[in-house]
Design a protein. Structure first.
Length: 262
């Protein structure tokens, strides 16, 4: 049985993982999933790659996936309800599913709003959500995630802007990549129908990195400082600034903790 056969035998989980497209090498699972979505691929389609040669973060930023060391996957979602309700929160929901899968393995993960998972302040996973609209209607979303599983998946320090780690580095023993992916998808499947509910919002808030701390948000050439208070059900971050409370949508915004006064 090949590794991909083994993954196939574990899926689908709920509505996710069928059809399943597996690649030893692919540019980007998000790019492939977007092409599939544009060609009417169904809700629940999953794309997995062992290696990505053009993995992407937001904007022009890169996500590095070395062969066989991590997880790189993308899921096609056709929400079938008003887009605005779902798109803002789906990145955090995916990060929450990764955190809860880590918790099942005994490690605490935190969500660095809007789209990263940290373990003890180091980045272990990143999520990229992309969508297609027809007027006001959200037709599909692709949610992609990269998870560093083996120590070799951690990029060299000079190649990344935020300290990184891997699941195995933190656990101190090997994990089955596909079982870990299945756990993430199982949790996502359980949580997805409740996206936007108070329960999900609180679960995300409980895992929000830097909650209560002074942080800096940077985007579009502007920076904003404030105390990170929590998130709204639509995924916006609530910041307490010197001018009062402000809810900020993710977009191209990057968050950094303020560790010391300049
Ligand atoms: P940041 O992690 O800097 O806060 P972000 O959440 O805004 O960034 P993106 O804009 O989506 O992230 O870009 C992805 C970033 O992830 C890249 O800038 C790169 O520094 C980092 N990165 C790339 N590959 C890995 C990896 N395998 N593990 C950890 N970090 C990575
Ligand atoms: C981030 O670091 O903030 C986002 C990184 C998202 C990376 C994943 S890996 C699978 C999928 N395919 C891509 O090209 N990007 C996402």
């Amino acid at each position: 049985m090949t590794e991909f056969d083994r993954l196939r035998s574990m899926l689908p989980v709920g509505e996710f993982g069928r059809p399943l497209h597996c690649f030893e090498t692919l540019g980007s699972t998000n790019d492939f999933a977007k092409e599939q979505a544009a060609n009417d691929a169904p809700h629940g389609t999953l794309v997995v790659a062992d290696e990505q040669t053009a993995g992407r973060g937001r904007g022009e930023r890169r996500w590095l996936t070395s062969k066989g060391d991590g997880l790189a996957w993308s899921l096609i979602l056709r929400p079938g309800r008003s887009g605005g309700e779902t798109i803002g929160g789906v990145g955090c929901l995916t990060a929450l599913a990764v955190c809860e899968a880590l918790q099942e393995n005994g490690i605490r993960g935190e969500i660095k709003w809007p789209n990263d998972v940290l373990i003890a302040g180091r980045k272990v996973a990143g999520v990229l959500v992309e969508a297609s609209w027809e007027g006001m209607e959200l037709v599909w979303m692709v949610v992609g995630a990269g998870v560093n599983v083996k120590p070799d998946s951690i990029p060299p320090e000079g190649a990344i802007e935020y300290p990184a780690t891997s699941v195995e580095t933190e656990l101190g023993h090997a994990v089955d990549r596909w079982a870990f992916l299945r756990t993430i998808l199982r949790i996502f499947a359980e949580r997805w129908p409740h996206l936007g509910s108070n329960g999900i919002t609180h679960a995300i808030e409980e895992r929000l990195a830097f909650r209560g701390d002074e942080v800096e948000l940077e985007g579009g050439g502007k920076t904003l400082r404030g105390r990170l208070q929590g998130i709204q059900p639509d995924g916006r971050l609530r910041l307490l600034t010197s001018r009062g409370a402000l809810d900020v949508a993710a977009g191209e915004i990057r968050l950094r903790p303020i560790t010391a006064e300049p």
